[in-house]
Design a protein around this ligand. Structure first.
Ligand code: AMP
Ligand code: MG
Length: 331
Protein backbone atom coordinates (compact mmCIF):
# COMPACT_ATOMS: atom_id res chain seq x y z
CA UNK A 1 0.00 0.00 0.00
CA UNK A 2 1.39 3.38 -1.01
CA UNK A 3 2.04 5.98 1.68
CA UNK A 4 -0.20 9.05 1.45
CA UNK A 5 1.67 11.81 -0.39
CA UNK A 6 3.25 14.23 2.14
CA UNK A 7 1.81 17.21 0.21
CA UNK A 8 -1.71 15.93 0.90
CA UNK A 9 -0.95 15.41 4.58
CA UNK A 10 0.47 18.93 4.85
CA UNK A 11 -2.48 20.46 3.04
CA UNK A 12 -4.99 18.64 5.25
CA UNK A 13 -3.20 19.69 8.42
CA UNK A 14 -3.01 23.33 7.31
CA UNK A 15 -6.68 23.34 6.30
CA UNK A 16 -7.86 21.98 9.65
CA UNK A 17 -5.60 24.36 11.58
CA UNK A 18 -7.00 27.35 9.67
CA UNK A 19 -10.59 26.21 10.26
CA UNK A 20 -9.95 25.82 13.99
CA UNK A 21 -8.61 29.39 14.12
CA UNK A 22 -11.84 30.57 12.51
CA UNK A 23 -13.99 28.62 14.99
CA UNK A 24 -12.08 30.09 17.91
CA UNK A 25 -12.42 33.59 16.59
CA UNK A 26 -16.17 33.14 16.15
CA UNK A 27 -16.41 32.07 19.80
CA UNK A 28 -14.21 34.95 20.95
CA UNK A 29 -16.47 37.45 19.18
CA UNK A 30 -19.58 35.97 20.73
CA UNK A 31 -20.76 34.51 17.43
CA UNK A 32 -20.97 30.94 18.67
CA UNK A 33 -24.75 30.87 18.58
CA UNK A 34 -27.15 28.69 16.65
CA UNK A 35 -28.61 30.42 13.61
CA UNK A 36 -30.75 27.69 12.21
CA UNK A 37 -31.85 24.14 12.74
CA UNK A 38 -31.25 21.74 9.89
CA UNK A 39 -33.83 19.20 8.76
CA UNK A 40 -32.58 16.67 11.35
CA UNK A 41 -33.10 19.37 14.02
CA UNK A 42 -29.33 19.72 14.56
CA UNK A 43 -28.07 23.30 14.97
CA UNK A 44 -25.82 25.14 12.52
CA UNK A 45 -23.67 28.20 13.26
CA UNK A 46 -21.61 30.84 11.44
CA UNK A 47 -18.57 28.75 12.26
CA UNK A 48 -19.84 25.55 10.56
CA UNK A 49 -20.10 27.40 7.24
CA UNK A 50 -16.94 29.48 7.72
CA UNK A 51 -14.87 26.43 8.64
CA UNK A 52 -16.03 24.56 5.53
CA UNK A 53 -15.15 27.56 3.31
CA UNK A 54 -11.69 27.87 4.82
CA UNK A 55 -10.87 24.17 4.55
CA UNK A 56 -11.98 24.15 0.91
CA UNK A 57 -9.95 27.23 0.07
CA UNK A 58 -6.79 25.77 1.64
CA UNK A 59 -7.24 22.41 -0.08
CA UNK A 60 -7.98 23.86 -3.51
CA UNK A 61 -5.04 26.31 -3.25
CA UNK A 62 -2.64 23.55 -2.28
CA UNK A 63 -3.93 20.52 -4.17
CA UNK A 64 -6.16 21.79 -6.96
CA UNK A 65 -9.47 20.22 -7.88
CA UNK A 66 -10.69 17.49 -5.55
CA UNK A 67 -13.89 15.79 -4.49
CA UNK A 68 -14.99 16.71 -1.00
CA UNK A 69 -18.07 15.31 0.72
CA UNK A 70 -18.58 17.98 3.37
CA UNK A 71 -21.53 18.25 5.71
CA UNK A 72 -22.62 21.78 4.75
CA UNK A 73 -23.75 23.46 1.54
CA UNK A 74 -24.46 27.12 0.83
CA UNK A 75 -28.11 26.83 -0.21
CA UNK A 76 -29.55 28.41 2.94
CA UNK A 77 -26.88 31.13 2.98
CA UNK A 78 -27.97 32.42 -0.44
CA UNK A 79 -31.24 33.64 1.04
CA UNK A 80 -30.03 34.73 4.50
CA UNK A 81 -28.06 37.94 3.99
CA UNK A 82 -27.14 38.67 7.63
CA UNK A 83 -25.91 35.14 8.27
CA UNK A 84 -24.02 35.16 4.96
CA UNK A 85 -22.24 38.44 5.81
CA UNK A 86 -21.30 37.09 9.24
CA UNK A 87 -19.86 33.96 7.62
CA UNK A 88 -17.73 36.00 5.18
CA UNK A 89 -16.42 38.14 8.05
CA UNK A 90 -15.51 35.00 10.01
CA UNK A 91 -13.78 33.44 7.00
CA UNK A 92 -11.47 36.47 6.59
CA UNK A 93 -9.63 35.54 9.80
CA UNK A 94 -7.91 32.79 7.81
CA UNK A 95 -8.61 33.89 4.22
CA UNK A 96 -8.26 37.69 4.22
CA UNK A 97 -9.15 38.23 0.55
CA UNK A 98 -12.38 36.24 0.68
CA UNK A 99 -15.53 37.76 -0.80
CA UNK A 100 -19.14 36.55 -0.73
CA UNK A 101 -19.13 34.90 -4.13
CA UNK A 102 -15.96 32.92 -3.50
CA UNK A 103 -17.03 31.90 0.00
CA UNK A 104 -20.34 30.49 -1.27
CA UNK A 105 -18.53 28.71 -4.11
CA UNK A 106 -15.99 27.23 -1.72
CA UNK A 107 -18.71 25.88 0.59
CA UNK A 108 -20.61 24.34 -2.30
CA UNK A 109 -17.47 22.86 -3.79
CA UNK A 110 -17.19 20.90 -0.55
CA UNK A 111 -20.69 19.44 -0.75
CA UNK A 112 -20.24 16.58 -3.25
CA UNK A 113 -22.55 13.61 -2.72
CA UNK A 114 -21.82 11.27 -5.66
CA UNK A 115 -19.85 8.11 -4.83
CA UNK A 116 -16.18 7.91 -5.85
CA UNK A 117 -13.34 5.45 -5.33
CA UNK A 118 -11.26 8.20 -3.71
CA UNK A 119 -12.80 11.17 -1.95
CA UNK A 120 -12.30 13.60 0.92
CA UNK A 121 -14.85 14.04 3.66
CA UNK A 122 -15.21 17.00 5.98
CA UNK A 123 -17.20 17.76 9.09
CA UNK A 124 -16.35 21.45 9.51
CA UNK A 125 -17.62 21.36 13.10
CA UNK A 126 -18.41 17.98 14.53
CA UNK A 127 -20.18 18.30 17.85
CA UNK A 128 -21.88 21.62 17.10
CA UNK A 129 -23.83 21.25 20.34
CA UNK A 130 -20.50 20.97 22.18
CA UNK A 131 -19.20 24.04 20.33
CA UNK A 132 -22.27 26.03 21.37
CA UNK A 133 -21.95 24.95 24.99
CA UNK A 134 -18.19 25.60 25.28
CA UNK A 135 -17.44 21.88 25.48
CA UNK A 136 -15.50 19.73 23.01
CA UNK A 137 -15.88 19.95 19.26
CA UNK A 138 -13.67 18.98 16.34
CA UNK A 139 -12.83 19.95 12.77
CA UNK A 140 -12.60 16.61 10.98
CA UNK A 141 -11.07 15.97 7.54
CA UNK A 142 -10.31 12.58 5.97
CA UNK A 143 -9.28 11.07 2.67
CA UNK A 144 -11.04 7.80 1.86
CA UNK A 145 -9.89 5.15 -0.61
CA UNK A 146 -12.34 2.36 -1.30
CA UNK A 147 -13.84 1.41 2.06
CA UNK A 148 -11.13 2.89 4.25
CA UNK A 149 -9.96 6.30 5.47
CA UNK A 150 -6.23 6.50 4.64
CA UNK A 151 -5.69 10.00 6.04
CA UNK A 152 -7.43 11.60 9.00
CA UNK A 153 -6.90 14.99 10.62
CA UNK A 154 -8.77 16.06 13.76
CA UNK A 155 -8.51 19.55 15.18
CA UNK A 156 -9.77 19.62 18.78
CA UNK A 157 -9.69 23.22 20.02
CA UNK A 158 -10.75 22.43 23.60
CA UNK A 159 -8.60 19.37 24.18
CA UNK A 160 -5.32 19.61 26.11
CA UNK A 161 -2.17 18.09 24.64
CA UNK A 162 -1.54 16.28 27.91
CA UNK A 163 -4.41 14.26 29.37
CA UNK A 164 -5.91 15.86 32.46
CA UNK A 165 -4.02 19.15 32.00
CA UNK A 166 -7.04 21.34 32.73
CA UNK A 167 -4.96 24.51 32.62
CA UNK A 168 -3.99 23.76 29.03
CA UNK A 169 -7.40 22.53 27.91
CA UNK A 170 -7.81 25.51 25.63
CA UNK A 171 -4.44 25.10 23.93
CA UNK A 172 -6.07 22.61 21.63
CA UNK A 173 -4.60 19.57 19.96
CA UNK A 174 -4.39 18.51 16.34
CA UNK A 175 -4.12 14.82 15.41
CA UNK A 176 -2.87 13.40 12.13
CA UNK A 177 -2.84 9.81 10.89
CA UNK A 178 -1.84 8.93 7.34
CA UNK A 179 -1.15 5.56 5.77
CA UNK A 180 2.60 4.97 5.63
CA UNK A 181 3.42 7.63 8.28
CA UNK A 182 3.55 7.27 12.08
CA UNK A 183 0.57 9.12 13.68
CA UNK A 184 1.20 12.33 15.62
CA UNK A 185 -0.37 15.19 17.50
CA UNK A 186 0.72 18.79 17.68
CA UNK A 187 -0.34 21.89 19.62
CA UNK A 188 -3.14 23.46 17.61
CA UNK A 189 -1.91 27.04 17.82
CA UNK A 190 1.71 26.33 17.01
CA UNK A 191 2.28 25.41 13.40
CA UNK A 192 5.98 24.84 14.02
CA UNK A 193 5.63 22.97 17.31
CA UNK A 194 7.30 19.58 17.08
CA UNK A 195 5.20 16.56 16.24
CA UNK A 196 4.51 14.35 19.23
CA UNK A 197 4.24 10.84 17.87
CA UNK A 198 1.45 8.69 19.29
CA UNK A 199 2.60 5.41 20.80
CA UNK A 200 0.93 2.19 19.69
CA UNK A 201 -1.49 0.92 22.36
CA UNK A 202 -0.18 -1.76 24.70
CA UNK A 203 -1.21 -5.32 23.90
CA UNK A 204 -2.46 -6.15 27.39
CA UNK A 205 -5.90 -5.25 28.67
CA UNK A 206 -5.74 -1.92 30.55
CA UNK A 207 -6.07 -2.29 34.33
CA UNK A 208 -8.62 0.43 34.64
CA UNK A 209 -10.90 0.93 31.66
CA UNK A 210 -12.16 4.34 30.54
CA UNK A 211 -15.16 4.39 28.21
CA UNK A 212 -16.08 7.47 26.23
CA UNK A 213 -19.52 8.24 24.77
CA UNK A 214 -21.67 11.14 23.54
CA UNK A 215 -22.68 13.88 25.92
CA UNK A 216 -25.99 14.25 24.09
CA UNK A 217 -28.34 11.58 25.40
CA UNK A 218 -30.24 11.42 22.13
CA UNK A 219 -27.13 10.44 20.13
CA UNK A 220 -26.31 7.13 21.82
CA UNK A 221 -28.06 4.95 24.37
CA UNK A 222 -26.35 5.22 27.74
CA UNK A 223 -28.67 2.54 29.08
CA UNK A 224 -27.58 0.03 26.43
CA UNK A 225 -23.94 0.96 27.02
CA UNK A 226 -24.42 0.22 30.72
CA UNK A 227 -25.89 -3.20 29.88
CA UNK A 228 -22.92 -4.01 27.61
CA UNK A 229 -20.37 -3.06 30.26
CA UNK A 230 -22.23 -5.07 32.92
CA UNK A 231 -22.27 -8.07 30.58
CA UNK A 232 -18.48 -7.95 30.08
CA UNK A 233 -18.08 -7.25 33.82
CA UNK A 234 -16.11 -4.09 33.29
CA UNK A 235 -16.40 -1.43 35.96
CA UNK A 236 -15.44 1.42 33.66
CA UNK A 237 -14.87 5.09 34.30
CA UNK A 238 -17.31 6.89 32.00
CA UNK A 239 -16.07 9.89 30.05
CA UNK A 240 -18.76 11.78 28.13
CA UNK A 241 -17.19 13.90 25.36
CA UNK A 242 -18.71 15.63 22.35
CA UNK A 243 -17.53 15.01 18.80
CA UNK A 244 -14.81 12.86 17.24
CA UNK A 245 -12.49 14.04 20.02
CA UNK A 246 -13.60 10.66 21.47
CA UNK A 247 -11.56 8.86 18.82
CA UNK A 248 -8.52 11.00 19.69
CA UNK A 249 -8.86 9.95 23.34
CA UNK A 250 -8.94 6.29 22.35
CA UNK A 251 -5.98 6.81 19.98
CA UNK A 252 -3.72 8.16 22.69
CA UNK A 253 -4.94 5.78 25.38
CA UNK A 254 -6.83 8.30 27.56
CA UNK A 255 -9.89 6.14 26.88
CA UNK A 256 -10.11 2.51 25.85
CA UNK A 257 -13.47 2.28 24.15
CA UNK A 258 -15.93 4.52 22.34
CA UNK A 259 -19.36 3.02 21.76
CA UNK A 260 -22.15 4.60 19.77
CA UNK A 261 -25.40 2.69 20.17
CA UNK A 262 -28.11 4.56 18.24
CA UNK A 263 -31.37 5.24 20.04
CA UNK A 264 -33.37 4.81 16.85
CA UNK A 265 -33.32 1.56 14.85
CA UNK A 266 -33.27 3.43 11.54
CA UNK A 267 -30.34 5.72 12.45
CA UNK A 268 -27.60 5.60 9.82
CA UNK A 269 -24.17 7.16 10.43
CA UNK A 270 -22.60 9.60 7.95
CA UNK A 271 -19.02 9.33 6.69
CA UNK A 272 -17.98 12.80 7.90
CA UNK A 273 -18.90 11.90 11.49
CA UNK A 274 -16.37 9.04 11.65
CA UNK A 275 -13.77 8.83 8.86
CA UNK A 276 -11.07 11.07 10.37
CA UNK A 277 -11.51 9.75 13.90
CA UNK A 278 -11.45 6.12 12.78
CA UNK A 279 -8.18 6.68 10.87
CA UNK A 280 -6.58 8.14 14.00
CA UNK A 281 -7.83 5.54 16.47
CA UNK A 282 -6.82 2.69 14.17
CA UNK A 283 -3.36 4.17 13.61
CA UNK A 284 -2.33 3.34 17.18
CA UNK A 285 -3.71 -0.20 17.01
CA UNK A 286 -7.31 0.15 18.11
CA UNK A 287 -10.12 -1.69 16.35
CA UNK A 288 -13.11 0.18 14.88
CA UNK A 289 -16.17 -1.67 13.55
CA UNK A 290 -19.92 -1.36 13.78
CA UNK A 291 -22.03 -2.94 16.55
CA UNK A 292 -21.97 -6.34 14.86
CA UNK A 293 -18.22 -6.31 14.37
CA UNK A 294 -18.55 -5.59 10.64
CA UNK A 295 -15.79 -3.48 9.09
CA UNK A 296 -16.82 0.13 8.64
CA UNK A 297 -17.53 0.66 4.95
CA UNK A 298 -16.80 4.25 3.98
CA UNK A 299 -17.45 3.50 0.31
CA UNK A 300 -21.14 3.83 1.23
CA UNK A 301 -21.19 7.62 1.09
CA UNK A 302 -22.46 9.83 2.60
CA UNK A 303 -24.68 7.37 4.49
CA UNK A 304 -22.99 4.29 5.92
CA UNK A 305 -25.87 2.01 5.04
CA UNK A 306 -23.92 -1.21 5.48
CA UNK A 307 -23.18 -0.45 9.14
CA UNK A 308 -25.00 0.31 12.34
CA UNK A 309 -23.45 2.12 15.30
CA UNK A 310 -19.79 2.16 16.27
CA UNK A 311 -17.49 0.14 18.52
CA UNK A 312 -13.99 1.58 18.60
CA UNK A 313 -11.88 -0.08 21.25
CA UNK A 314 -8.56 -1.33 22.49
CA UNK A 315 -7.78 -4.65 20.77
CA UNK A 316 -8.03 -6.54 24.08
CA UNK A 317 -11.60 -5.31 24.62
CA UNK A 318 -13.15 -5.09 21.19
CA UNK A 319 -14.07 -8.77 20.74
CA UNK A 320 -15.72 -9.02 24.16
CA UNK A 321 -17.75 -5.87 23.55
CA UNK A 322 -19.02 -7.22 20.21
CA UNK A 323 -19.95 -10.54 21.84
CA UNK A 324 -21.85 -8.75 24.60
CA UNK A 325 -23.73 -6.58 22.10
CA UNK A 326 -24.68 -9.72 20.19
CA UNK A 327 -25.75 -11.60 23.33
CA UNK A 328 -27.90 -8.65 24.40
CA UNK A 329 -29.46 -8.30 20.96
CA UNK A 330 -28.32 -4.70 20.63
CA UNK A 331 -26.67 -5.02 17.20
P1 AMP B 1 -21.47 13.25 19.34
O1 AMP B 1 -20.85 14.51 19.83
O2 AMP B 1 -20.55 12.08 19.32
O3 AMP B 1 -22.76 12.93 19.98
O4 AMP B 1 -21.73 13.42 17.80
C1 AMP B 1 -22.18 14.56 17.17
C2 AMP B 1 -22.85 14.08 15.92
O5 AMP B 1 -24.02 13.37 16.25
C3 AMP B 1 -23.32 15.15 14.99
O6 AMP B 1 -22.37 15.46 14.05
C4 AMP B 1 -24.55 14.55 14.31
O7 AMP B 1 -24.25 14.13 13.01
C5 AMP B 1 -24.83 13.32 15.10
N1 AMP B 1 -26.24 13.23 15.49
C6 AMP B 1 -27.19 14.18 15.42
N2 AMP B 1 -28.39 13.67 15.81
C7 AMP B 1 -28.17 12.38 16.14
C8 AMP B 1 -29.02 11.32 16.60
N3 AMP B 1 -30.30 11.51 16.83
N4 AMP B 1 -28.45 10.12 16.82
C9 AMP B 1 -27.14 9.92 16.60
N5 AMP B 1 -26.29 10.89 16.17
C10 AMP B 1 -26.80 12.10 15.93
MG1 MG C 1 -20.86 15.78 12.88
Amino acid sequence: MKAVEPALVEAAEAAVRAACAVCRSVTARGGGIAHALKSDQSPVTIADYAAQAVVMNELVQRIGELRVVGEEDATDLRTAAALRDAVVTAVRVAWPTADTKRVLEAIDRGSAREPAERYWTLDPIDGTKGFLAGRHYAVCLALVEGETPVLGVLGCPNLAMQPGDAAAANDGALFVAARGHPPWMRALDKKDAPRQFLAPVHRDRPQSVVVTHSVERGHSSLESLGEVLAHVEIDAVMRPVDSQAKYALVARGDAHAYLRIPQEVQRVETVWDHAAGVAIARATGNVATDLRGRPLDFSACPFMVRNRGIVCAHPSLHGDLIEAIDALGLG
